[in-house]
Design a protein around this ligand. Sequence first.
Ligand SMILES: C[S@@+](CC[C@H](N)C(=O)[O-])C[C@H]1O[C@@H](n2cnc3c(N)ncnc32)[C@H](O)[C@@H]1O
Length: 267
Amino acid sequence: MADIQKLNNDHFNKTAQDYDSIPQLFEMTERSTKIVVEEFTASTSEEHVNNSTVLEFGCGTGLCAFRIAPKVARVLGVDASEGMLKHLNHKLATNVENAPFRDKISTVLHLVTDTQPLPAKESAKYLAGANGGFDMVYSNFVMHHIEDVQGIVNTLAAKLLKKDGWLIVMDFVSEDHHHHQHHHHGHDNAQGGTKAESSLHDHFVDAQGNPLDFVAHKGGFTPEIFAGIFKKAGLVDVEAKQSYGLDRELNGKMFYTEAFVVKGRRA
Ligand SMILES: C[S@@+](CC[C@H](N)C(=O)[O-])C[C@H]1O[C@@H](n2cnc3c(N)ncnc32)[C@H](O)[C@@H]1O
């Protein structure tokens, strides 16, 4: 396991308990999931979405998976962190609101790599045969933790999607890009009047201001850069754009955070 992946794993195992109480994360994952479903539907059809088998890469505690389950036929959530998945599985088993979707969601503890995109059992179940592969693969807030983003996008595109399947990725827009866009929003923060500080670099520091060592891409991405990564992975009909933005409070400071969405189809 590469260094950053090990640090990642240690971090998520250690903080899984508190993950769901990260400020605004509930709202952000709700908005992300809505956008993933909207984009998938716009590129296919509602009927196709309802009948689809989808994979969430880096499902964590299930904040997105639980929300996407009602919209699709079946969700497989893959995650490398035992702590995060334990949380997901606990919520799946105990939350009454998840009860109707219990049989739609499966999870697997696995570090997705190019040589082993899924474990043997899941490969046999989801990838085998001429029509094997997922109708849609998505990830939310995972890519900034990945060292070799092009490598992982290549793997998701070539080994996990079926033909005509869609890859949909959401993550944070880079500092430069959103500084540039910031003024268009003209938002004020909840305290009234003063603009939230807007630095993704500051976003990825601890309470003492030290950079978090489990984040590989501390500056985030631009939609354009991610579109290039998708095209290089051989995906077609690629579209990338800024998505929602909101103010978040972290370590007592306000940050304006903006998300992007990029999608592409396996030809
Ligand atoms: C910030 S969390 C996001 C969780 C969830 N998608 C959400 O929106 O709340 C990132 C997750 O990605 C997982 N992850 C990172 N790299 C991975 C890999 N190569 N294979 C599987 N999971 C990975 C981590 O274990 C972690 O749970």
